[in-house]
Unconditional design. Structure first.
Length: 180
């Protein structure tokens, strides 16, 4: 039915160093926490709207103007690119962050429910986990579900704050001082 000649893989031939999943998680967590705190100022009735507005401001508006980096991405030296190795266009970023922002909003509500209703918490957090676990299965390009849909990639960059490396240095220094 399908010829192999008709199938073209959109993925690039050029390889980038993979971003460790812990860096991706912490960068996401920083952005998630910023959007959650900003949306908490709105009150419970409009929190979802303010969360999505803050999410799009942080993850689309800022990324477009800041060389592919959001606040969390800058803190952990990663950036988002498209298949032509440039900052993704507004449509691709909106598609990517629309999926991720919607799932993050569900996770926010799940975490707010917390232990009052643990089944609901698991149900609301699990779509975000499933979306991101796809990156573990993709050994070649490390793309999560939202990256595949928007045809974007997460790569390491030297432009950033290197927060994780600085914390590791501080912890190692504290360990050395404690052992003396």
């Amino acid at each position: 039915m399908y010829d192999e000649d008709d199938y073209q893989d959109y993925r690039p031939v050029r390889r980038f160093p993979k971003v460790p999943l812990d860096r991706r998680f912490w960068a996401f967590f920083v952005d998630f926490l910023c959007a959650w705190i900003l949306s908490g100022l709105a009150g419970p009735a409009l929190q979802w709207l303010f969360f999505l507005a803050a999410w799009f401001a942080l993850r689309v508006g800022l990324v477009e103007r800041n060389q592919g980096q959001s606040v969390g991405s800058w803190a952990f030296d990663i950036k988002v690119i498209d298949i032509s190795y440039r900052i993704p266009e507004l449509v691709s970023l909106s598609k990517r962050e629309g999926i991720l922002g919607g799932l993050a909003m569900l996770a926010m509500y799940g975490l707010q429910i917390n232990f009052a209703n643990p089944i609901s918490m698991l149900i609301l957090v699990s779509p975000l986990l499933a979306c991101c676990l796809v990156a573990i299965a993709d050994e070649e390009f490390n793309q999560a579900f939202h990256d595949r849909i928007a045809e974007t990639y997460i790569i390491q960059t030297q432009r950033g704050f290197s927060l994780d490396l600085r914390i590791k240095e501080i912890v190692a220094e504290l360990r050395d001082n404690m052992q003396r």
